[in-house]
Design a protein around this ligand. Structure first.
Ligand SMILES: *Cc1c(COP(=O)(O)O)cnc(C)c1O
Length: 324
């Protein structure tokens, strides 16, 4: 794979750990976890890897301000704000929602990193993002637009490198399971697998989208990512493994499965998950083990994508402290 320019934001390689007590509790397969919650930048997460490449592209253009969008508790926005601070750049975040009376968790951190926040609605998000970009340019600054979730081919390429990192760690699981949302992580892993000849299965647990839509998006992005790194490869949506049975009551709504997953990981392994992404993906993982879809003889790697600051968002913390 071609080496794209990268700013060193992440602590790599992230460790891989076994989860023997959780595995025994579930009577299930050998479980491993890849600790991308420990990428090192401002509580870490999968966006740190993507931002290493995206920020290098921004710097190559001479940009002085990063602009991106997300949900009120966006991990992507928190890590973008931290990266901007680290690189001496400005940061504008277009967040969907209403400003709360007091900012908690990721939103609190966005402010601490000095990001400028523009509030918007879901319907106006893309327009307002565009408007923020144009206003910043008119003010004589040099903005760089980072797509939603950092998920263009440049951002996704970070996960092709991450798959290479995993193989260099001499771990070749039968399954890689993780939370999939804007699809960049999965697209990068899929592109990397194809370029490096990894034969295990890469299963995204959808957090907020029907499988058919996400599969199409990931197939296209994986193709673009492979083209950026090496060769044009075309991926078919049906070859992208996405499970959308765990959407619950919708994005960022923590239900009983997420709560149970968070408590099980915490109490059996001392490991923290988040209520929105990794909690949902782990709930899917646990259910797929209980159903026998993931077999006892499989080696399963749960790719932890971060997000743990959201545990301290008021609503989730209150809910979890009632039940654990
Ligand atoms: C953004 C995010 C994801 C999803 O990654 P995509 O590349 O957008 O699919 C998963 N987990 C956490 C914690 C995230 O912040």
């Amino acid at each position: 794979m071609k080496q794209l320019p990268r700013v060193q934001l992440a602590h790599l390689p992230t460790p891989i750990e076994a989860l023997p007590r959780l595995s025994a509790h579930l009577g299930g397969p050998a479980l491993l976890v890849k600790r991308d919650d420990q990428t090192g930048l401002a509580f870490g997460g999968n966006k740190t890897r993507k931002l290493g490449l995206l920020c290098a592209a921004a710097q190559a253009e001479g940009a002085d301000t990063l602009i991106t969008a997300g949900a009120i508790q966006s991990n992507h926005c928190r890590q973008t704000a931290a990266a901007a601070a680290r690189l001496g750049m400005g940061c504008i975040l277009v967040l969907v929602g209403e400003p709360p009376e007091t900012a908690s968790a990721n939103l609190f951190l966005d402010g601490l990193f000095g990001a400028e926040i523009h509030w918007t609605s879901k319907a106006n998000r893309d327009n307002d993002l565009h408007a923020a970009f144009e206003e910043t340019k008119s003010a004589g600054r040099k903005p760089f637009l980072i797509p939603y979730g950092g998920s263009n081919s440049t951002g996704a390429a970070a996960y092709a490198y991450a798959l290479e990192e995993l193989l260099v760690q001499d771990i070749s699981p039968d399954w890689i399971v993780f939370a999939s949302s804007s699809g960049g992580t999965q697209a990068g892993l899929v592109a990397g697998a194809s370029l490096l000849g990894y034969k295990g299965r890469i299963l995204g647990i959808s957090v907020d989208e029907r499988a058919s839509i996400l599969q199409e998006r990931i197939a296209e992005l994986a193709g673009e990512t492979a083209a950026l790194l090496a060769d044009k490869i075309s991926f078919s949506a049906k070859d992208i493994l996405v499970n959308d049975e765990y959407l619950g009551k919708g994005y960022a709504i923590m239900g009983e499965p997420e709560r149970e997953a968070i408590v099980l990981f915490a109490q059996h392994e001392g490991l923290l998950l988040d209520p929105v992404y990794t909690g949902r993906a782990a709930a899917g993982l646990i259910d797929l083990i209980r159903k026998g879809f993931l077999k006892k003889t499989d080696k399963v790697l749960f790719w932890h994508t971060g997000g743990t600051p959201a545990l301290f968002a008021d609503a989730y913390r209150n809910e979890l402290s009632k039940s654990s």
